[in-house]
Design a protein around this ligand. Structure first.
Ligand code: GLY
Length: 421
């Protein structure tokens, strides 16, 4: 099978790595890729948000399956165009991708599906939103309706912060994404991520994880795309997982199908769990980054079979083989991230690292130049490891971190604190 993966982050490096573990992969191209991906697969220059360009490229390269990593190509309709051309694709249609690209759409679908979530109101101007905040009080959550690169959600602990977020969103900070906003109740509890493959009909859970969104240890400082993750998430007991599947995921997917927008791809279910009861925080229509890295290390070669079955509508026949293992990834970021940071600093020591089914240094924002690996983004490397226990996975992941020679890099030392105490 010839496979094309779209994307350039640590998520896509881990997808490429897992794909290559499977002998069914004859050829792998990643567009655009990064320095780490280039060491294991062919990388191609391609505008991955252009449905016509991607479809033409897939046709020219006799691609059998396209795996779409990030949300932007999905929202742009890349999966739709590929399907129209008869090419198998792992990723939802633009209509179904509204589960991530419109918060209001998701809230309405979930209300119709009776899926437990925070109560909410949508606004298309600041004055109504301000009055609502004054009436309800803080803490309260303000969300830009559209895609805002992970920055469009403000959990405000006081009214002033909530009103400032409203003004920022309507002031154009997120462009069109902030033309409408959703304000919802603050939910107490513990957050976890649940990943489910859906082929339009069948829902197949493939794992759970917990992310660390803040830049600083002890979950302090500004939000990031994620500074580390581990899988499985202890709070996702069998009972909570079953409740999330039966009360949230299946009803939402049935409602999507009923509305003529069957969902096909991975559904990233962001949950808040309080007293054993899960409620939906958000859906994303892709794997999380860095959650994907820990899932791929745990799933290995079967990840390709599962994604293929999902794209092909065969999930009812598919099975996940669970190992009693744990995985952790620690993100190495450029100093200054998520604010301003330098690009082009050299990273040394990568060649000497172990890379096997227990250890992988996945690359995110890197590029190769003159035989060197240079930092080329905010989140740069993902030290990822697997073990029989979370402690073993953690020890291995931090040994990878400590073996990297990159003075301009920063990372958190407390990934996994919630699970490990
Ligand atoms: N790690 C959070 C996300 O991928 O959205």
């Amino acid at each position: 099978m010839n496979i094309l993966i779209l994307g350039s982050g640590g998520r896509e490096h881990s997808l490429a790595w897992a794909t290559l573990q499977n002998p069914k992969c004859d050829k792998l191209i990643v567009a655009p890729g990064n320095a780490g991906i280039a060491q294991i697969a062919e990388c191609a220059r391609l505008n991955i948000e252009d449905p016509g360009a991607v479809t033409e490229f897939a046709g020219e390269n006799a691609i059998d399956l396209v795996i779409i990593g990030p949300e932007a190509p999905l929202a742009a309709g890349v999966a739709d165009r590929l399907r129209e051309s008869g090419i198998l694709v792992f990723g939802p249609s633009a209509a179904a991708a509204q589960l991530e690209s419109s918060k209001k759409f998701t809230k309405e679908i979930c209300d119709a599906a009776d899926a437990p979530q925070a109560s909410w109101v949508a606004f298309n101007g600041p004055s109504g939103a301000h009055h609502y905040i004054e009436a309800v009080g803080a803490p309260i959550v303000v969300k830009a309706d559209g895609l805002a690169a992970g920055k469009g959600v403000v959990v405000a602990m006081d009214e002033e912060t909530a009103k400032a977020a409203v003004d920022e969103m309507f002031g154009g900070a997120f462009g069109e994404a902030g033309a409408e906003i959703v304000i919802e109740d603050f939910m107490q509890g513990e957050e976890a991520s649940f990943f489910v493959l859906v082929d339009g009909e069948t829902c197949l859970p493939i794992g759970t994880a917990q992310d660390h969104k803040r830049i600083g240890e002890g979950d302090t400082g500004p939000n990031t795309g994620g500074m580390g993750a581990y899988s499985p998430a202890p709070v996702m007991t069998d009972e909570v997982t079953q409740k999330a599947l039966e009360e949230i995921v299946r009803p939402t997917m049935a409602e999507m199908a009923r509305r003529g927008m069957p969902y096909q791809g991975v559904l990233y279910v962001g949950l808040m769990i309080e007293n054993g009861q899960p409620r939906l925080v958000e859906y994303n229509v892709r794997f999380g980054d860095p959650e994907c890295q820990v899932l791929m290390l745990r799933l290995g070669a079967q990840a390709l079979d599962l994604m293929h079955a999902c794209a092909d509508g065969r999930l009812a026949e598919a099975q996940v083989t669970w190992a009693e293992d744990h995985a952790m990834t620690v993100v190495l970021a450029a100093e200054g991230y998520p604010g301003d940071y330098a690009k082009g600093t050299e990273i040394r020591g990568l060649d000497a690292l172990p890379e096997d089914s227990f250890h992988m240094m996945f690359h995110a924002g890197t590029k190769a130049e003159g035989g060197k690996v240079l930092a080329n983004g905010g989140r740069v490397l993902n030290a990822t490891a697997r073990g029989a226990t979370l402690q073993e996975a953690r020890d291995r992941a931090y040994r990878l971190v400590d073996a990297v020679d990159w003075p301009e890099g920063v990372h958190r030392r407390d990934i996994g604190w919630r699970a490990l105490g």
